[in-house]
Design a protein around this ligand. Structure first.
Ligand code: FES
Length: 360
């Protein structure tokens, strides 16, 4: 609903002095009124814990126990991490480890959530109040009242008085993030420089380029102009499954054949990294690592489906659109004596998203 305020008529708008502004001061103002009438509050109903002290004590015990169960869940998570380690090449160990760690932390968090809700619904004082709207910065009286309310809330919730619940809650909150310390440490390898792992892939000089996922070597003569193939390094499939997946995540490559005259090189070095129009680029997007595999034959553009970064294959895979910050790394290739495509070396720069040590 809206009404027009004219002349000396008083409006619902208020000046900073607190006085209601008139239509003269406002010009001709349109003042809106509430579209819906205030429905008010339903009659107050007491809870069973308001009238029965035994039920109240029981509810308080349940809340405390839930916090302690949360602590147990967090401790279980740490033990699960220690006693169900991920073993090289064993997918069963990966499943067991993630299952128990997930169950432990989910249980710990769930128990905190249920305890908080039960504390609020059954143990804290059940008082209804009306809170009027007011300016953002309260007056000194309001602020003093806020402190009073805080004290009242402390008194009513029993936060200071009910030490069992309070200490349980504090313990649960402290214990819950502890598994993260162990979990994050586990992300970095114990015996190898993680920096080195991110910089190198399975590719090395002389490895043949093979079809993904069959592992069949690719001859240069098999590729017609305009074709694109998904490629993995020779020997990758011989690794244990978990190790193979780790390596594949970094070594996946897309090979494309263009007319040699469509390839434009800005550096002399790169001219020797392709064979008769055949080029190989990392398939791992330099934005956040999705597989870049949508090849548009007419424009020679590669599209990443995650956030629409586009790379120009004819131009050293330069970024032409989207959030990716750098071109896709190129794998230097040639052909061996039998006509199979082989790598000349590993990538000359880290694949995938940029990371903090990339420039070192
Ligand atoms: S991961 Fe490729 S654009 Fe974001």
């Amino acid at each position: 609903m809206a009404k027009i305020v004219k002349g000396s008529e008083k409006s619902d708008l208020v000046a900073t002095s607190g006085e209601r502004l008139t239509g003269k001061e406002l010009g001709t103002a349109v003042v809106t009124t509430d579209a819906f009438p205030n429905p008010g509050l339903p009659p107050h109903r007491q809870r069973v814990t308001d009238t029965n002290p035994q039920r109240l004590a029981r509810a308080a015990r349940i809340v405390a126990w839930l916090f302690y169960l949360s602590i147990a869940g967090s401790i279980f998570t740490i033990f699960a991490y220690m006693f169900f380690p991920i073993e090289d090449g064993s997918t069963t160990s990966i499943r067991l480890s993630t299952l128990y760690i997930g169950l432990g932390s989910a249980f710990a968090l769930l128990a905190i959530g249920i305890a908080a809700v039960h504390w609020g619904k059954a143990v804290m004082a059940d008082k209804e109040g009306v809170d009027e709207r007011h300016p953002v910065r309260g007056t000194d009286e309001t602020r003093a009242r806020a402190v009073e309310i805080f004290k009242e809330a402390d008194e009513e919730s029993g936060f200071s008085r009910r030490t069992l619940i309070r200490n349980g809650m504090i313990g649960a909150f402290i214990a819950f993030p502890l598994p993260a310390i162990a979990l994050f440490r586990g992300l970095a390898p114990m015996d190898e420089d993680p920096n080195n792992l991110m910089k190198h892939t399975f590719w090395k000089k002389g490895l043949r380029l093979t079809h993904d996922p069959t592992g069949v070597p690719i001859k240069a003569s098999d590729l017609t102009i305009g074709s694109s193939v998904h490629v993995i390094p020779e020997g990758l499939l011989d690794l244990p499954e978990a190790q193979m997946l780790d390596q594949k995540a970094k070594a996946a490559v897309l090979v494309v054949r263009l007319k040699p005259e469509d390839l434009h090189w800005t550096s002399e070095q790169r001219k020797n990294w392709s064979y008769d129009g055949i080029v190989a680029y990392s398939k791992i997007c330099t934005h956040v690592g999705c597989p870049v595999a949508l090849y548009e034959q007419q424009t020679h553009h590669l599209l990443c489906p995650c956030h629409q970064s586009q790379f120009d294959i004819s131009n050293e895979c330069a970024v032409i659109f989207g959030p990716a910050a750098r071109p896709l790394p190129q794998l230097p290739i040639a052909v061996d004596a039998e006509g199979y495509l082989v790598a000349l070396s590993d990538f000359d720069q880290p694949v995938g998203p940029s990371f903090w040590e990339r420039e070192k």
